[in-house]
Design a protein around this ligand. Structure first.
Ligand code: Z5A
Length: 219
């Protein structure tokens, strides 16, 4: 995290529906813990008692009339609590925080998907995060139809999953635009491949992180 805190690492996982983030989190956390790194696994929206209640409000398919601004503000309300209660304290303890979605999801879903002006999102980002950004963001990218087919095998759809394919196409485009805008922070994972091939890509990324850690600890 680049706000003067030099210990701990803040890694976020992003992607469209069914991209395999949750599956990848198990693998990532296990590999890092095997290497002796203290890992805190969390998610957005959610990650705190209060945030999980906000998540339930956001995903509830009964809330068909939720205004896009309400959705945006609820995302950042949950994020403020998550940052102060969980993420920042863990980084200060030297832990690696691995978070399933963060603010890039807001740019992708509320910006790309809902069409909210990115400058308005940026105002809230500055207010809540005060310059704080993830160290690394892994973008799990795959064709929209492939992701929807994977996610569709899970039964009842939440409020976001009920959106149409063009919504998810805008989400994917917005994610790819973010990755192009911040190439130093983003790593794109080809999530359309079979699980083993995805894990190979992740393995190479993790090896790179561990090498960096060794160099830092040697001074
Ligand atoms: N949201 C937002 O709008 N704005 C914001 O700022 C934030 C979030 C933070 C909840 O997120 C919603 O919140 C989300 C965006 C919005 N919208 N939706 N929907 P979420 O992350 O909790 O929910 P999700 O995106 O629906 O997660 P997901 O669909 O579960 O995707 P995933 O975690 O990336 O996938 P997965 O569960 O690991 O895998 C899905 C299935 O595919 C599962 O059966 C796996 O076994 C299978 N899978 C995984 N990898 C593979 C490979 N490589 N091959 C074949 N099958 C695979």
């Amino acid at each position: 995290m680049n706000q003067g805190i030099t210990h701990g690492r803040f890694i976020t996982l992003e992607g469209g529906e069914g991209a395999g983030k949750t599956t990848a989190l198990d693998y990532l956390c296990a590999r890092l813990e095997q290497a002796g790194i203290r890992v805190l696994r969390t998610r957005e929206p959610g990650g705190t008692g209060l945030g999980e209640k906000v998540r339930a409000l956001l995903l509830d398919p009964d809330h068909t009339g939720m205004h896009a601004d309400t959705e945006l503000l609820l995302m950042f309300a949950a994020r403020a609590q998550h940052l102060h209660e969980v993420i920042l304290p863990a980084l200060e303890r030297g832990e690696w925080v691995i978070c399933d979605r963060f603010t890039d999801a807001t740019y992708a879903y509320q910006g790309g998907g809902r069409g909210i002006d990115v400058q308005r999102i940026g105002l809230l980002e500055d207010w809540v995060q005060q310059g704080m950004q993830p160290d690394t963001t892994l973008l799990f990218d795959l064709p929209v139809a492939q992701g929807l087919a994977r996610a569709g095998q899970r039964g009842a759809l939440d409020r976001f999953e009920q959106e149409q394919q063009d919504f998810f196409t805008r989400v994917r485009d917005a994610y790819l635009a973010r990755a192009a805008q911040y190439p130093d922070r983003f790593r794109i994972v080809d999530a359309g491949q079979a699980l083993e091939a995805v894990q190979q890509q992740l393995g190479a990324i993790i090896d790179g992180w561990l090498e960096q850690e060794q160099k830092c600890s040697r001074g």
